[in-house]
Write a protein that binds this ligand. Structure first.
Ligand SMILES: *[C@@H]1O[C@H](CO)[C@@H](O)[C@H](O)[C@H]1NC(C)=O
Ligand SMILES: *[C@@H]1O[C@H](CO)[C@@H](O)[C@H](O)[C@H]1NC(C)=O
Length: 455
């Protein structure tokens, strides 16, 4: 499994490279002290290093000749990619390098003398879901100040014409990032619809299935300078940990072990909220080890100016009007699904409660990772986000009777909730049957899932 795939074996005491007195450019003096997790290396001006062997082979005391290299890069006679090659990074990139000499984003200032980037064993995958905030995505990508092998971006689209425009704007912004940083380091998955939080996270995992672990972050968050510098060492020195809540589910690491023993996220929970409660419960039931952040880790979240999270710009796309009500509608359905799945007397997040099932739907033939995509539940939540459906035209349906009809052999009926499934309707219409619900909204999105959900 994962251990075999990890290259190198980083220890706990990162060697700090000595700064050469020949580095005279003030911005380089204060901006670029290179740390290396495995080897002590001198920071010497002149000559061309071959660090690629060092990175994978573990030679000690390999000198790093980067002073002139950095200068040549800064004055434009060396490309960013050539700089990476000089740093021994053939199969990885440090995106923050491309922002070393630019203005920092608010709250991402480096402290006095703090390096602009850290030379480390590469993080295998950093992934994010995004919808319609290109500026935040750019901030996030350029905040990655350690090497990374693959950046996965799942582009979700919300319904309507404005949503299509949002998608084009987002793709243009991603194209710019790829041009700047190098196309080969990106995997961009264009959903053409909204796979939601769980579906997007699963897409990240599926797109890079062999990775030993995945660092997943909200697109409205970003890494504080230096926050990532110990992360690879932290993860590789704790091989028994299956899941890391760096900042709850805003920034987390899911490992191969978690995927094997707990599974991927349940995509019946859509588009957001409660996927984390369900996963937390499964983590607890599985007994795998969950760790929190290393002390160095921190991130910012949202827009420091408005103080709010703004990965969804609600002044732009279709489907955003009445955001709060629409979100309440689908969130409520998510909670009911979650209660039903575990026979929970209250939709308490991640809590083990009296009488709850020990396997999904109380079905002994289901493992913890088992979920069955239910198009009809999705269609109800889809109706919450269909722009032509009115936010005040709610139809409530007895959840117990719905779930009594639809099940997989062996699934137990749950007895414990008192709420209704909700759908929104256009104007004053009253639809009664499931097939009508499906065609009333989100027909494109009824199958908007990751490859894990496809049957
Ligand atoms: C840029 O820096 C390099 C390395 O110090 C130097 O050799 C080169 O002459 C410089 N080029 C320009 C255009 O200043
Ligand atoms: C669901 O939980 C309740 C207790 O809250 C319990 O009485 C009931 O038997 C459980 N249902 C099943 C099918 O186990």
């Amino acid at each position: 499994m994962s251990a075999a795939r990890r290259s190198g074996s980083a220890g706990h005491n990162p060697g700090v490279l000595k700064q050469s007195s020949l580095l005279f450019l003030p911005v380089i003096m204060t901006g670029v002290v290179v740390y290396f997790s495995i080897w002590d290396a001198a920071f010497i001006v002149g000559g061309a290093p071959d660090l690629s062997e060092t990175v994978s082979g573990g030679k000690t005391s390999q000198p790093l000749y980067v002073g002139a290299t950095l200068e040549a890069w800064r004055n434009g006679s060396l490309s960013g990619r050539q700089l990476h090659a000089e740093l021994g990074l053939k199969d990885a990139v440090i995106p923050a390098i491309y922002n070393c000499f630019s203005e920092r984003y608010p709250l991402l200032d480096r402290s006095e003398g703090q390096p602009c980037f850290y030379l480390r064993t590469p993080i295998p995958v950093i992934g994010t879901n995004t919808v319609n905030n290109p500026a935040m995505l750019r901030r996030l990508v350029l905040s990655i100040d350690v090497p990374v092998q693959v950046i996965v971006i799942v582009v979700n689209t919300i319904p309507g014409e404005a949503g299509k425009q949002d998608e084009l704007d987002m793709l243009a912004a991603i194209d710019e990032l790829q041009e700047l940083i190098g196309r080969s380091f990106f995997k961009v998955v264009r959903s053409g619809c909204n796979r939601g939080c769980a579906g997007g996270w699963n897409t990240i995992v599926h797109s890079t299935l062999d990775s030993p672990w995945w660092l997943i972050i909200n697109d409205d968050a970003a890494f504080v300078p230096g926050a990532l510098r110990t992360l690879y060492d932290y993860v590789s020195s704790n091989p028994n940990v299956a899941f890391y809540k760096l900042t709850a589910y805003q920034v987390f690491i899911i490992t191969q072990r978690a995927v094997a023993e707990v599974g991927v996220f349940d995509e019946n929970i859509w588009p957001a909220y409660v996927e984390d409660c369900d996963y937390d419960l499964r983590l607890k039931l599985s007994g795998v080890m969950v760790a929190s952040r290393p002390p160095e880790f921190s991130n910012i979240h949202g827009d420091p100016e408005s103080g709010s999270s703004s990965s969804l710009i609600d002044t732009r796309g279709g489907g955003h009007s009445g955001y709060g009500q629409r979100s309440k509608c689908s969130h409520s359905n998510n909670r009911i699904y979650y209660q039903k799945k575990w026979n929970l007397s209250v939709p308490g997040c991640g809590r083990q409660l009296e009488g709850m099932f020990q396997t999904p739907h109380g079905n002994p033939s289901r493992n913890l990772d088992s979920w069955t995509f239910d198009e009809e539940v999705r269609a109800r939540s889809e109706s919450c986000w269909e722009p032509s459906n009115r936010v005040d035209n709610w139809l409530r349906e007895d959840a117990a009777s719905y779930y009594a009809q639809v099940s997989v052999p062996g699934d137990q009926p749950a007895s414990n909730w008192g709420q209704n499934l909700i759908r929104l309707q256009p104007e004053e219409s009253e639809l009664d049957t499931i097939s009508e619900v499906q065609s009333s909204g989100g027909k494109d999105d009824a199958h908007c899932v990751s490859p894990f959900a496809e049957i």
